[in-house]
Design a protein around this ligand. Structure first.
Ligand code: GDP
Ligand code: MG
Length: 163
C-alpha cells in the first residue's frame, strides 16, 4: 500500500486542479457501490521524488440521493478514513468561510497529519488569505497556486516530512 494523501476542502477551493497537476495518466474513478455514479477520484501522484496515492473528493455530478452537502460530508469522511495524511485546502482569495470551519473540524477530529494549503495564493491578494488560514489551528499554511504551479517546493517539503 502506498502512502495515501486525501485532498479535503469545501467546493471550489481548487482541489481538483491540484489533483490533476499531481497525477499521471492512471486515474481511477472509484465507487463503493456498483451502479452508482462515482464520486471519489484516486490517482498515482508524484511530486519531485515522492510517489504516493492521491484522493480527490467531490465535484463530480452524481444522481445519488441526498443533498450535495450530505454527500460531500460522507465522501470526505471516507477519504479521511482512507488517508495516511490530509491536505486541507482553503481559498486564500476568498478567506475563511463557515464551510471551511466545518471541513476543518472533520479533519481535526481524525487526528491525522494535516498539511494546510492556502490555494490561489499567486500574487499579493493571496498572501493575506494565507495568513488568515493560520487561525484554523491546523498549522502553518503552505501558500499554493495549484493553477499556476506555485508553492510546490513548499508542498514537497511539508509532504516529505510526513512520508
Ligand atoms: P474544487 O471544487 O475544490 O475541486 O476546485 P477546482 O479545482 O474545480 O477549482 C475551482 C476553480 O478555482 C476553478 O475555476 C479553477 O480554475 C480555480 N483555481 C484553482 N486553482 C487556482 C489557483 O491556484 N489560483 C486561482 N486564481 N484559481 C484557481
Ligand atoms: Mg473538484
Amino acid at each position: 500500500m502506498s502512502f495515501t494523501l486525501a485532498i479535503v476542502g469545501r467546493p471550489n477551493v481548487g482541489k481538483s486542479t491540484l489533483f490533476n497537476r499531481l497525477v499521471g495518466q492512471r486515474i481511477a474513478l472509484v465507487d463503493d457501490r456498483p451502479g452508482v455514479t462515482r464520486d471519489r477520484r484516486e490517482g498515482d501522484a508524484s511530486l519531485g521524488d515522492l510517489a504516493f496515492t492521491i484522493i480527490d473528493t467531490a465535484g463530480l455530478e452524481d444522481s445519488r440521493e441526498g443533498s450535495l452537502e450530505s454527500r460531500m460530508r460522507a465522501q470526505t469522511e471516507e477519504a479521511i478514513r482512507l488517508a495516511d495524511a490530509i491536505l486541507f485546502m482553503v481559498d486564500a482569495r476568498i478567506g475563511l468561510t463557515p464551510d471551511d470551519q466545518t471541513f476543518a473540524e472533520m479533519v481535526r477530529k481524525s487526528g491525522k497529519p494535516v498539511i494546510l494549503a492556502a490555494n490561489k495564493s499567486e500574487g499579493k491578494v493571496g498572501m493575506a488569505g494565507a495568513y488568515e488560514a493560520f487561525s484554523l489551528g491546523l498549522g502553518d499554511p503552505v501558500p499554493l497556486s495549484a493553477e499556476h504551479g506555485e508553492g510546490l517546493n513548499e508542498l514537497y517539503e511539508a509532504l516529505a516530512a510526513l512520508m
